[in-house]
Design a protein around this ligand. Structure first.
Ligand code: HEC
Length: 109
């Protein structure tokens, strides 16, 4: 009986550990799709009518990918030309997650 209890608890912990990163990823994805994709496009290429008009750069290009995480965070936080600043509306962790998401987009394309 006791062994079964341990097995059950172990499975629960494993399931919880597996579920956490998946949820964090999809939250960032939703954030990106609702706040950023209008201009930057769902794939980050900036290939949308708004992105082209405003001059959003391709996130998958070496030019953007060679920038440091700090430079990309800064780009998201501070307003620059047509790029809105998100310093006030997003938490630092959310900006960090978005930088990681931009890196992922760079790898996929
Ligand atoms: C209204 C359109 C618009 C929205 C919405 C927008 N951006 Fe931008 N973004 C731009 C433009 C235009 C630039 C290029 C700014 C420049 O250098 O002139 C830019 C630049 C950037 C850069 C720097 C790389 C580059 O292209 O020079 C990053 C990183 C970035 N945006 C991330 C984001 C993220 C993350 C979001 C959502 C939280 C977001 N942007 C929302 C228009 C937008």
């Amino acid at each position: 009986m006791r062994k079964l209890w341990f097995l059950g608890a172990g499975l629960l912990v494993t399931a919880a550990l597996l579920a956490v990163p998946a949820r964090a990823d999809s939250a960032t994805e939703t954030l990106y799709k609702t706040k950023c994709a209008t201009c930057h496009g769902p794939d980050g290429k900036g290939d949308t009518p708004a992105g082209k008009k405003m001059g959003a750069h391709d996130f998958t290009s070496p030019d953007v990918q060679k920038r440091t995480d700090a430079q990309l965070s800064e780009a998201i936080a501070k307003r620059k030309n047509k790029m809105p600043g998100y310093e006030k509306s997003l938490k630092p962790e959310q900006i960090k997650d978005l930088v990681a998401y931009i890196r992922e987009l760079g790898k996929k394309n």
